[in-house]
Write a protein that binds this ligand. Sequence first.
Ligand SMILES: [Zn+2]
Length: 468
Amino acid sequence: MTVPSDDSGGTELPGNRVPIYYFDPVVGAFHYGPRHPMKPHRIHITHSLVLSYRLQNHMHLYKPKLATKYDMCTFHTEEYIDFLSKVTNDNCSQFSQELKQFSVGSPNGDSPVFGGMYEFCQRFCGGSLTAAQHMNQGLSDVTINWAGGLHHAKKSEASGFCYVNDICVAILELLKYHPRVMYLDIDVHHGDGVQEAFYLTDRVMTVSFHKYGRDFFPGTGDMYEIGEQQGKYYSVNVPLRDGINDETYHDVYKPIMDGIIKYYRPTALVMQCGADSLGMDRLGVFNLSIGGHGEAVNHMKSYGIPIMYLGGGGYTLRNVARCWAYETSIIAGRRVGNDIPYNDYHEFFMPDYKLQPTITSNKPDNLNKKEYIEYIKESTLQNLKRLPFAPSVQMHDVPPDLYYYDDFEDPDDTHMDESGVNIGPGQMQRRPHYHEHYDENAPDVDNSDEMRRHKTMGECYNDHLKSL
Ligand SMILES: [Zn+2]
């Protein structure tokens, strides 16, 4: 149930921590091209709703830095990022071989070259990376970057509208301070890029709830994909069928998440909140309500573990904005009204102008039968019981060059002043860091066929460990 909002940004919910909300005023201006379902503009619409509910009064707003090539290459190859930074619509013909090699442009048109493509990647990736750095610095335990969450991008390949995987870049950053990071993905599509990146390690547990089957993109995410080598049982997949509703979703979601928190004991969480799992999504096939989607966020929040919330898919714009604005209110601990206050995009929300209109229906049918859900739940919980309780990592001092002392001394490091709270130098306090660090015994990749399939992950993770 919701109650009317007021000028102070709704009424307070108990047990809150002040989040940092990252917003780049330019990120929503990029355009994939006519008829392309991915619309970065949805980030601006979301932001407009957030401001209309005055949620900025209960968060720190921050304009993130742009990610650099160096930042992106903690996960991606230099060759790939170099290509992304150079290719344009005007010089495409010079890059015909690279376009094919890196799956950019035709034939399926999912990941086209568009004006400002690289800058767009720098902006959304910068938000997630800055969030991770701020969490490492202890500036906040709760961060939000709705522009991030592009979970399909691979080490050297674009996929499913994603060119740069900001999630992997952010998780690698968190691993500098956190012994165990849990990644959760509630997008309707499998979080394949992140799973592949950390498939061989127990430092990151990846968890994805998604539609699986009948050639649904990306085609991975079977429940038998559980990780390999040191990462065996540290990939969790919950393959679901069309039409899942709130009740069935939470029947499987909550027990599995509770089990993972209990057995894995992550020290940081990253949650990809893809809104294409809502009912009536242009590309999705699930039937979640905004309240049901938000309940998944609320449940994660209840664990009280440091957490980064990211966006992701979502192709019916007005509902994506509603969903992420509503989830911002949950994260900020504010109960907001169902009547949307006047805002720059008010006409988007006609005719009802409600934050949570009915977006579910009896069609499509819920094809997730109770027996099927019970089977997935039981199998997953059995696998979790095989985990050693909170896998250990060797303890190290954190190298001093990881502290990012210059973050608050950079004159270009712009803070929000127009509509948010200034969090300039001196206003935020550092906190002692974790002194747990990475596992030097992470396995090397061997040359078996099975391993070759996951080669990009092994290289990424192990290369990164060597560089620390
Ligand atoms: Zn998706």
